[in-house]
Design a protein around this ligand. Structure first.
Ligand code: G6P
Length: 617
């Protein structure tokens, strides 16, 4: 939901800011913009002729890069923005940076200002003239309204007046070497390098220059110039913060020869699974954290998340319930806090989030904490809000995930949910030591099986390439296969724009089967030998109404002899325990969606209207 970057240093700012924006484009790509300042003494200008150089443009970052005005940008200090529109359509004028009425202050903003209408009316009554339809412009106008020579004072007053969420980069013509950053409920990091300093929404934006970063906290103000970074609080007292060295490098955030980040990230999954297993089941931080959890303290377990992370939770529920014989609830985080959730100090609320910054998941976490529940994050981004605020946190070792549609982080989330379910079952006396070790071995075997799917990718690639003409695709499964069907359906629709729905195999006939006709594809997932006959009956029901079936599963060849039917294509997945089969089905379903979208020539990594990190409600 919008990416912001700022740089001040000894190098030319424009190329650095554009490169950073490229790495933040996953956060939004409706429009992009940049504002630079050069010292007026360097330009030999009079005060009245001096100001920001601003270029902003609707569309992808490439449009901004190609704008001839961008090539003319000069200066060593600047801010940039890539937008996911909330207030006001994507347009040049609504793009960031926004300037105050007398062009003295420029801002880039990620978040939503909830009281912008009231603030705007107040400022207009005092003569301010707004040019955009955005909520963000009010920040620039307000900062100028309060400005009387001390930018920090003006910004403190501005922040105090704002309601909502914001990560901000601010510049002022009177301080051309300084960028000020502040956050409330939206992520912001400060990067320090030998040639200058940065503000950014996320680490990949600065990795080309430094791996030394500070993670900002709500209410902190960072003042950066080319040589130093100072953190202060709202009383202007200096704060000391720990610096973090990021362990992954710029290569991790590059395509590395793949046509899309999504394919690269799908292909990385054997390693990601292996790394996550290592830090969770061998010696590692996750293991230490899991060892601390006493599941006997809880009489209720709730998993809450959004998007694919929610689907991981759906899979996790089956594993918990099967192994622990305890019911587990899975709630959409966007609904959780509005349903007056029945939770108390005997509830464990598990928050699953790749980014750790999804607004609804953060709100669910805070709601759970306010009601006294224990909170446990499953997060990919170290230093993110959920990582910091949840009582305990487990980390997925997925590394940076750039494609908007998650793949490897989802797979790593599954591993952590399996691990928690195993620990809970052992804690509750439901698993003998021997049974526990056997299940752990099944999980340890998953990376090699994931690699096997990827080694045989040609079959899926060929099949999927012939599916681009489908208008509608249904995904069916039973039990845990139904949970992973939901993820398969989401993956397909979000990147290929083909309508898709996931149904429990037995439920299709209660309405949805009326949509099945010639040339509907039904992806049927079957990993549970006990339910194979049942799901095959459901497949037969759709075939007899004209559908084609792609059967994905691992139950063993003999059971699939019925695949002689020419309407069925069977792609066999490696054998594994049914409870952990989502890890393998997921990879096949991701590849299926990927090859369809890629063959349609779509922008797979940046599907329309979506953003990777959804920091607004
Ligand atoms: C967006 C992404 C999804 C992701 C969801 C939740 O919709 O496109 O891939 O599953 O947000 O994000 P989170 O960072 O909380 O896992």
């Amino acid at each position: 939901m919008c990416g912001i970057i700022g740089y001040t240093g000894r190098k030319k700012a424009a190329p650095i800011i554009l490169d950073g924006l490229k790495r933040l484009e996953y956060r939004g790509y409706d429009s992009a913009g940049i504002a630079l300042l050069t010292r007026r003494e360097d330009l030999g200008l009079r005060r009245e002729d001096y100001g920001f150089q601003v270029v902003k443009q609707k569309g992808r970052l490439a449009a901004l890069e190609e704008n001839p005005k961008t090539a003319k940008l000069e200066g060593f200090t600047g801010i940039g923005h890539t937008r996911w529109a909330t207030h006001g359509e994507p347009s040049d004028i609504n793009s960031h940076p926004h300037l105050g009425g007398s062009n003295r202050v420029a801002i880039v903003h990620n978040g939503i200002i909830e009281n912008y209408k009231q603030l705007k009316a107040k400022l207009e009554s005092k003569g301010a003239r707004f040019v955009s339809q955005t909520d963000s412009e009010v920040i620039a106008q307000l900062a100028e309204h309060y400005y009387s020579g001390d930018l920090i004072d003006a910004l403190i007053k501005t922040f105090n007046a704002l309601q909502g969420s914001f990560a901000l980069g601010v510049m002022c013509v009177d301080n051309p070497d300084i960028i000020i950053a502040v956050r409330k409920d939206n992520p912001l990091i400060i990067g320090v390098s030998e040639h200058g300093n940065f503000i950014a929404s996320d680490v990949p934006a600065v990795l080309n220059h430094t791996n030394k970063v500070y993670y900002m906290e709500d209410g902190e103000i960072a003042v950066i110039n080319k040589d130093e970074v100072t953190f202060i609080n709202s009383d202007k007292e200096v704060i000391t913060k720990p610096q973090t060295t990021v362990t992954w490098g710029v290569d991790d955030a590059e395509k590395g020869g793949y046509p899309h980040f999504m394919l690269k990230e799908i292909t990385e999954q054997p390693k990601v699974l292996n790394d996550t297993v290592n830090i969770t089941f061998n010696e590692g931080e996750n293991k230490k954290t899991i060892d601390k959890i006493d599941f006997l303290m809880f009489n209720r377990i709730v998993i809450t998340a959004c998007g694919s992370a929610y689907n991981a939770g759906l899979c996790g529920r089956y594993v918990f319930e099967k192994l622990c014989r305890r019911s587990v609830e899975v709630e959409l985080a966007s609904e959780f806090r509005y349903k007056d959730p029945i939770i108390d100090e005997k509830t464990l609320v598990i928050l699953v989030s790749q980014s750790g910054e999804t607004a609804d998941t953060i709100a669910a976490m805070r709601e759970a904490k306010a009601r006294g529940a224990a909170t446990l994050g499953i997060v990919n981004v170290i230093g993110s809000t959920i990582a910091k605020e949840s009582a305990l946190c487990l980390f997925t070792a997925a590394g940076p995930e750039i494609a908007v549609a998650t793949t490897k982080a989802f797979s790593a989330q599954l591993i952590l949910l399996y691990a928690l379910a195993l620990k809970a079952a052992a804690n509750m006396g439901r698993l003998t030591e021997g049974a526990l070790l056997k299940l752990e071995d099944e999980i340890r075997a998953l990376p090699a099986k994931a690699a096997e799917i990827l080694e045989n990718v040609d079959v899926l690639q060929k099949y999927s390439s012939n599916c681009i003409g489908y208008k509608s695709v249904f995904f069916i499964g039973r039990n845990i296969d139904y949970a992973i069907a939901a993820e398969g359906s989401l993956k397909l629709k979000e990147i290929s724009y083909i309508h898709s729905e996931a149904y429990a195999g037995g439920e299709l006939k209660h309405g949805t089967i009326s949509l099945i006709e010639d040339n509907t594809l039904v992806v049927t997932i079957s990993n549970n030998p006990a339910l194979h006959g049942k799901i095959m009956s459901n497949a037969e029901q759709v075939i007899s109404r004209g559908a084609n079936v792609l059967l994905l599963g691992n139950c063993g060849g003999a059971r699939f002899e019925d695949c002689g039917n020419e309407k069925i294509t069977f792609i066999k997945l490696p054998c594994c325990h049914e409870l952990f089969s989502p890890s393998l089905s997921a990879i096949a379903l991701q590849l299926f969606a990927y090859y369809i979208a890629a063959n349609k020539g779509l922008d797979v990594d940046k599907p329309r209207n979506l953003a990777k990190s959804v920091t607004v409600e």
